[in-house]
Ligand binder design. Structure first.
Ligand SMILES: Nc1ncnc2c1ncn2[C@@H]1O[C@H](COP(=O)(O)OP(=O)(O)O)[C@@H](O)[C@H]1O
Ligand SMILES: [Mg+2]
Length: 384
């Protein structure tokens, strides 16, 4: 029986969303198969790691029991010397499990951004989803846009600034923005998600306030032109070398809600499918678009998946100017909330099939990497 470690929670603003992704969309379907030994590894907001069966129960969190539990439990011991081994203590009778595949279910910083993946690469263990570089690139809006440009993927015009440069000469920067970009503009921190710190601005006064707000969250900030006549779409994709897109999906939140974390998660969760993922009333699956435009967006999504070296699963967000019929790349989510299983389900892939496919892709990539010979003998040390 393959042993799967599901890692979730974490030091990110999306901590709570991650718990739902892990329990509802990963642990439950994996256990339904009765084919795997599924182990929950929960990381607290402070960054402590715990391993205990009760952590796979949603009630532990919804009832608030988690606070006492993490005081009582001993943090997990993780060793990397012979693959990845997890244990709950150092005594002879402590429980120990050697993990075959890690299933990261973390969103945002310290998890979705490549940090955890680096640790898993060092441990030499297979894991689900995107690798270190693809994850890190996807979580950086500036690098993402630069990589898009290199691959001739359309993006809106943008400029970006370091905190210290802006502080040193803000009027020059405001001038530069006015000369080079067309209003209205979007100001964004380079690394956060969930619309935190993002503002749409129409004049210099709003621009300055928005830049200051964004610098509150990140030392790198970008300013970009708005896509007018906007239709937003997102395309969840799975696969390694051969990307398999699900349906193009169109979120149908009110425009005024775009920056609203609550709108994205809480309302969708309560009204909708109870598991925190975008409910059908908050999105249209598949997106109703002219056939040609649908195909154009789908093809661009797949091109982005390939160009960015995404593997396992990711969701590509695009912005469409519906009047001109042009599709722009917006951003990539290397680990979409709840795996976007509602979309895959509609597409014909059950949640169980989805997680099993993801395990398959994880093993496929792991085995491919292991085939590449990375050691060779030299006489280098003999000379010393
Ligand atoms: N250039 C743009 N033109 C029009 N709308 C935009 C643009 N950039 C962002 N938005 C709106 O703001 C939302 C959040 O921006 P996004 O870059 O996706 O940040 P996040 O990482 O927080 O999701 C988008 O979903 C979209 O509604
Ligand atoms: Mg977004």
């Amino acid at each position: 029986m393959k042993k799967i470690l599901v890692v979730f929670g974490g030091r990110s603003v999306e901590h709570d969303v991650s718990i739902i992704t892990a329990i509802n969309s990963v642990i439950k379907p994996l256990r339904l198969t009765k084919k795997y030994q599924v182990e929950p590894l929960y990381i607290t907001k402070e960054g402590k790691w715990f391993w205990d069966e009760s952590l796979s129960n949603i009630e532990t969190y919804s009832s608030g029991k988690i606070a006492n539990l993490t005081k009582k439990l001993k943090p997990a011991d993780i060793s990397f010397n012979d693959g990845l081994i997890i244990s709950n203590g150092k005594s002879f009778n402590s429980k120990k499990v050697k993990i075959d595949i890690v299933f990261p279910a973390l969103h945002g910083t310290y998890g979705e951004d490549g940090d955890l993946m680096g640790l898993l690469e060092m441990a030499g263990v297979a894991y689900v989803g995107c690798g270190v570089l693809a994850s890190a690139v996807a979580m950086d809006k500036v690098i993402s846009k630069q990589l898009a440009i290199a691959n001739k993927i359309p993006i809106t015009n943008f400029l970006f600034y370091q905190d210290k440069d802006y502080k040193a000469n803000s009027s020059k920067i405001i001038n530069e923005i006015n000369t080079n970009l067309n209003w209205p503009l979007f100001v964004k921190p380079a690394h956060l998600g969930s619309s935190i710190g993002i503002t749409r601005v129409k004049n210099n006064e709003e621009l300055e306030t928005a830049i200051e707000l964004a610098f509150h969250y990140d030392s790198l900030v970008l300013v970009e032109e708005e896509v007018s006549n906007l239709i937003e779409v997102t395309l969840p994709i799975i696969g390694n070398e051969v990307p398999e897109p699900a349906y193009l999906e169109r979120p149908t939140l009110q425009k005024t809600d775009f920056f609203d974390f609550e709108a994205k998660y809480l309302r969708g969760g309560k009204k909708g499918s109870k598991n925190g993922q975008a409910s059908s009333s908050y999105s249209q699956v598949p997106a109703v678009l002219p056939k040609k435009l649908y195909k154009q967006a789908e093809e661009l999504g797949v091109k982005i998946y390939k160009s960015f070296g995404l593997t396992g699963i990711a969701r590509v967000d695009m912005l469409i100017d519906s009047k001109v019929g042009k599709v722009y790349f917006n951003e990539i989510n290397p680990l979409p909330g709840s795996l976007y299983s509602h979309n895959f389900q509609k597409f014909g892939l059950s949640n169980v099939e989805l997680v099993e496919k993801l395990l398959f892709f994880a093993m496929e990539r792991f085995e491919q990497k292991n085939k590449i010979n990375s050691s060779f003998a030299t006489n280098y040390l003999k000379q010393f």
